[in-house]
Design a binder for this molecule. Structure first.
Ligand SMILES: [Mg+2]
Length: 276
């Protein structure tokens, strides 16, 4: 029952805050301007003029109603159509919502939690905020879109090495700066491999994250560990160093579950990929 009430409250929140760019914000929320090096844009499979998801649905319904047409069983959504829907959501066009508004709404909820923590903070308390990086602190949207909304690990890792990948998520930068100003320490824990450490640190700096306490990337045997296990292990080190993890924010459940959980965990939306 409690779960159902929570779910309803999330749906209400999405309807009232996240799904509409005109509500409760004075700053327009939308996709970032992507820096793309000359010649690096992939040929797109998506035609410039393509039907909307609604038009595709209407075509299917008309065919189903026509007795001269044999309609196939198609129990799951067509991937190409879902990709159109994803593109619209990620680029904030059409009536299917706006990812960036939903993301911003959720970082503002996290900031409200942080405000309460700061108000109650006692002198000398060691308080920590833990942040994931991809789709939490910086966005891979520009590369994901370049790949036509695929999520291809090799080109993604090449892109992450470049300054083009310094794409901040504004609400998280704001939260980070508020935490630092109040004397909380911020630790990044990412599933990226340690080979990306230098580029990651540089791009965090370029994105406006300055003065963090820790940056954990997978090293050695951690590369083979389940994310939930690896991230828990890294959080435990923070707890063992005497900190209370007052807030943990990530876009995957595997960022949030496991040992040494945050006192509050904030799940950000990610329509692009799922990491178990
Ligand atoms: Mg992530």
């Amino acid at each position: 029952m409690r779960g159902a009430v929570r779910l309803l409250s999330v749906v209400w929140l999405a309807a009232s805050m996240g799904m509409c760019q005109t509500v409760s914000t004075t700053t327009p929320v939308g996709p970032p301007n992507c820096l793309v090096a000359d010649g690096s844009r992939a040929a797109t499979l998506t035609p410039a003029k393509r039907p909307t998801a609604e038009q595709i649905q209407a075509t299917a319904e008309a065919a189903a109603a026509d007795p001269t047409v044999l309609v196939a069983a198609e129990p799951i959504g067509n991937f190409g159509v879902e990709r159109y829907r994803l593109a619209d959501y990620a680029e904030c066009v059409g009536g299917g919502g706006c990812y960036w508004a939903d993301l911003d709404a959720q970082t503002r909820r996290a900031e409200a939690v942080l405000d309460r923590v700061i108000a109650l903070k006692k002198a000398g308390e060691k308080l920590a905020v833990v942040l994931d990086i991809d789709e939490t602190s910086m966005s891979g949207f520009c590369e994901i879109r370049r790949e036509d909304y695929g999520f291809l690990i090799e080109p993604m890792n090449r892109w992450l090495m470049t300054p083009e990948a310094a794409v901040p998520i504004p609400g998280t930068v704001h939260l980070f700066n508020k935490a630092r100003s109040a004397g909380l320490e911020v630790f990044f824990i990412t599933g990226r491999w340690d080979e990306l450490r230098e580029a990651t640190a540089k791009n965090l700096e370029l994105s406006g994250f300055k003065g963090w306490k820790g940056l954990a990337l997978r090293v050695g045997p951690q590369k083979q560990m389940a994310t939930v296990e690896y991230k828990g292990q890294e959080r435990q080190k923070i707890v063992d160093a005497g900190y209370r993890i007052v807030l943990n924010m990530g876009d995957q459940w595997s960022d949030l579950n496991g040992v040494a959980k945050g006192e509050t965990s904030v799940k950000l939306p990610n329509p692009f990929y799922y990491l178990p």
